[in-house]
Design a protein around this ligand. Structure first.
Ligand SMILES: [Zn+2]
Length: 348
């Protein structure tokens, strides 16, 4: 394996020992599944209740002759042909119903490469707020690490986010972070007009998602806690966010307590913080909306926008009357100067 020979990854073969669950096998999820299949992942669990539609042929992966088939069934067929060594487990149901939520939780906890063990990672490739919140609830309860992904309704921005319950902000800790796209939303959004979708943006987001998955699982490079993609300016803002001690999700608060105990029990050593370096100086980013925010919610929101790196904003703000509960968004900074970093690089 070239990556190993070139010293990037010490043990690439380890990829075969991991099980990854993908929720949502649409424009981003299907491409993510194909990439992981080609990388030789041990096991893939696919969750989706939708069918392949001819109207979505502007996206990657699915083919016209598969129209009408369930997405998970069609995906399994294609992926098995690409790499028969991967184990597949497909679930054709909506995880947000009470009964299916239990089934979903059960498979996350027991569907690892070895039955009875949890999966190594859950990837959210869904397109709505409710499903993201459902995955968040399950992962907080199970202490399951997962990655969120999203493409904006106007198709020109997207993001990925790594959520380690208790350690980094969960999906309920703060309003969702989105990439500011610097375009007039009114020119794109019209009543009854279908959301745009571009195979390019979805492909880029799937690419940065799987790249982060590989770095996380195989332990190389810097794993991003949040990585945005602004297609209009070709800008990739990054940041990391601490969990909110007042998070609405009680399991998130419980995980935070457990994480604190775990850190306190560790031998004292300097914690290496995520690097974040924002190069752009121009302050011309407009506020970008994501599809799960209704006009109504936007009208109601008049709260302050937390201090975030340039190019990232929140999907909505919390109205002033609830100011007490406005989550404090903490952007971690390594505090290192450019000189320090240069010196470090020289020593590498
Ligand atoms: Zn939380």
């Amino acid at each position: 394996m070239a990556l190993k020979r070139m010293g990037i990854v010490s043990d690439y073969e380890k990829i075969r020992t991991f099980a990854v669950a993908i929720v949502g096998v649409g424009g981003v999820g299907s491409v993510t599944a194909e990439m992981l299949t080609r990388c030789g992942i041990g096991k893939l669990l696919l969750f989706d209740y939708d069918k392949v539609e001819l109207a979505n042929m502007n996206r990657l992966f699915f083919q016209p002759h598969q129209a009408g088939l369930s997405k998970v069934q069609a995906a399994e067929h294609t992926l098995r042909n690409i790499n028969p060594d991967v184990l597949f487990e497909v679930h054709n149901y909506n995880i947000t119903t009470v009964e299916n939520f239990e089934r979903f939780m059960n498979r996350i906890s027991n569907g690892g490469l070895e039955e009875g063990k949890p999966v190594d990672l859950v990837l959210s490739c869904v397109d709505n707020f409710e499903a993201r919140m459902t995955i968040n609830t399950a992962c907080n309860e199970l202490g399951q690490t997962w990655m969120e992904s999203g493409v904006s309704e106007n198709a020109v921005s997207g993001h990925i986010q790594l959520i380690i319950p208790g350690e980094s902000a969960c999906f309920a800790c703060a309003p969702p972070l989105v990439v500011a796209a610097n375009i007039d939303e009114k020119t794109l959004k019209r009543e009854g007009v279908c959301a745009a979708s571009l195979p390019t943006t979805m492909g880029v987001v799937a690419g940065i998602l799987v790249q982060n998955v590989l770095k996380f699982l195989l332990n190389f490079g810097t794993v991003s806690f949040y990585l945005g993609y602004n297609a209009m300016q070709d800008f990739f803002p990054t940041m990391s966010m601490k969990p909110n001690p007042q998070c609405d999700d009680r399991n998130c608060r419980k995980q935070q307590e457990e994480y604190k105990k775990k850190v306190a029990a560790l031998p004292t050593q300097e914690v290496v913080q995520e690097e974040e370096e924002i190069i752009h100086d121009d302050n011309e980013w407009g506020i970008e909306l994501v599809s799960e925010v209704s006009e109504e919610e936007l009208k109601n929101s008049s709260g302050p926008i937390p201090d975030l790196p340039e190019g990232i904003t929140v999907a909505y703000t919390v109205p002033q009357k609830q100011e007490d509960s406005v989550p404090e968004v903490t952007v971690e900074d390594s505090g290192e100067s450019l000189e320090d970093l240069m010196a470090k690089m020289k020593n590498m």
